[in-house]
Design a protein around this ligand. Structure first.
Ligand SMILES: *Cc1c(COP(=O)(O)O)cnc(C)c1O
Length: 446
């Protein structure tokens, strides 16, 4: 396949800008001053249909839309830009808007940061027993930014919000002390933004047969297949990456790509198909995941087609998520009821080989809460609807796979909106509150 040089664009350097009206350009600039914006030449040249860009899902996935800001916030930023405000003034205004957008959801800052030898490991999250998230410091950006991204805050440089960790020794030390951890998940940003030389340094310790961790699976959370498949095909270190993936597999460790695909259009280019083939040929698995996002992929037929195509290409559908409670959620979120309907209608259309997918799932403070469905039951002498839920993952493993019930609410969009259907608390609430209290006290004393 022909070499393609990676070229990243900011708002001013996109060739197709000439197709846009002044109004559209201003909208992008205003929102782009608050929320992160970055797009590369693959997305622009091969994914977006510019003849129909306003309705194009990949355009909406990467280009800021006016409605992503509340009208008042939009007006404030627009006035500041019209008045030629200084960079510092713009940043102050942007930060005050960002602060209102719940930049750090699900208690990630306080609750999931582990300690090693008395030191906080800021680049690690350990929420679920078996799987540790690792945020290598050089993997904290992406080839392009998704407009809905829940990690948006780290891309706009909001102080203290960037996970970063350089020390592989600390990671290995922690893993040696925590034999319950079988999976390390490299995440970001996108670890596949790293050059081979840098990435290799993080992996090599796991290939040392004398390492004393219990790691059996290395996962790589990445959007590179969707946004820069040339990473694995024609980039100058592409073959080095593939060789390393092969070495990981041959060492007896399961290597699993957790690939983000939000839309079937990301599976159609020659480049992505070739990249998938090359990665699979190393013996690595590719599992796929995406949130359900209004204006981008809120269509059950599209999901069914996407899962089928993923399976046809040899990938394994893994998660459908509920859009998180952060950033421009009001623009992207779909009510839980509708989310479940889309999941169910898509799931009904596919055979068992696609039904490895689980969801729709909310990654919230207690765990990954899956919406099993809506059911009518006799309650208080009449028939009433309830949400049937269960945890796929729990902060306490004992919470997993125990069905529980919430009051039906057609407006509910997130776990916080749900009330217990019976009694005044969910079965895990007391324990969760104790854990939150404990984490708060720890953070005060550290
Ligand atoms: C989803 C998630 C994981 C991985 O969970 P699996 O069910 O093993 O895929 C790990 N840590 C956090 C914080 C997560 O949100």
């Amino acid at each position: 396949m022909k070499y393609k040089a990676y070229q990243v664009h900011n708002f001013k350097t996109i060739p197709q800008l000439t197709r846009m009206s002044d109004e559209e350009k201003i909208n992008i600039e205003v929102v782009g001053n608050v929320l992160p914006f970055k797009v590369n030449n693959y997305v622009i040249d091969e994914l977006i249909d510019w003849d129909n860009y306003l309705d194009d899902p990949i355009f909406r996935l990467t280009f800021p839309q006016k409605e992503m800001l509340h009208p008042q916030d939009f007006a404030t930023m627009r006035e500041a830009l019209d008045a030629n405000s200084s960079k510092d003034e713009l940043k102050l205004i942007a930060d005050s808007i960002r602060t209102k957008l719940n930049p750090h959801p699900a208690g990630q800052m306080e609750m999931n940061v582990p300690q090693y030898k008395g030191e906080k490991l800021e680049g690690i999250q350990h929420k679920y027993e078996q799987t540790l998230l690792f945020f290598p410091s050089s993997g904290q950006t992406c080839h392009s930014y998704c407009t809905f991204c829940f990690r948006w805050a780290q891309f706009v440089g909001m102080d203290g919000l960037k996970f970063a960790m350089r020390e592989t020794e600390q990671l290995m030390g922690y893993l040696e002390e925590h034999q319950e951890v079988t999976d390390v998940l490299f995440t970001g940003g996108d670890p596949m933004i790293m050059s081979f030389k840098v990435f290799q340094q993080y992996i090599e310790p796991f290939l040392d047969p004398n390492n004393k961790t219990n790691i059996q699976t290395i996962r790589i959370g990445t959007k590179a297949l969707g946004f820069w498949p040339y990473k694995f095909i024609t980039d100058k270190d592409a073959q080095d990456f593939l060789d390393l993936f092969k070495r990981i597999v041959e060492s007896g460790i399961n290597l699993s790509f957790m690939a983000h695909f939000n839309h079937i259009n990301e599976l159609k280019t020659d480049a992505v198909r070739e990249a998938v083939r090359l990665i699979r040929a190393t013996g690595a698995q590719i599992r796929t995941q995406s949130p359900l996002i209004k204006n981008i992929n809120d269509n059950s037929d599209m999901w069914a087609e996407m899962w089928r195509e993923q399976v046809n290409l040899g990938m394994i559908p893994y998660y459908m998520f509920v859009e998180r409670d952060t950033g421009a959620r009001h623009y992207f979120e779909v009510p839980l009821e509708k989310t479940w309907e889309i999941f169910q209608q898509a799931y009904q259309q596919v055979s068992g080989v696609c039904r490895t997918v689980r969801g729709p799932s909310m990654s919230c403070t207690p765990g990954k809460v899956e919406i099993l469905g809506i059911k009518e039951i006799p309650l208080h002498g009449k028939m009433e609807k309830v949400f049937v839920l269960q945890m796929i993952q729990g902060r306490n493993p004992d919470w997993v796979n125990r069905p529980f019930f919430a009051k039906y609410d057609p407006e509910a969009r997130w776990m916080d909106d749900l009330k217990p259907a019976f009694g005044d608390k969910f079965f895990f609430d007391d324990e969760l509150n104790a854990l939150i209290e404990e984490a708060y006290l720890d953070s005060q004393s550290a």
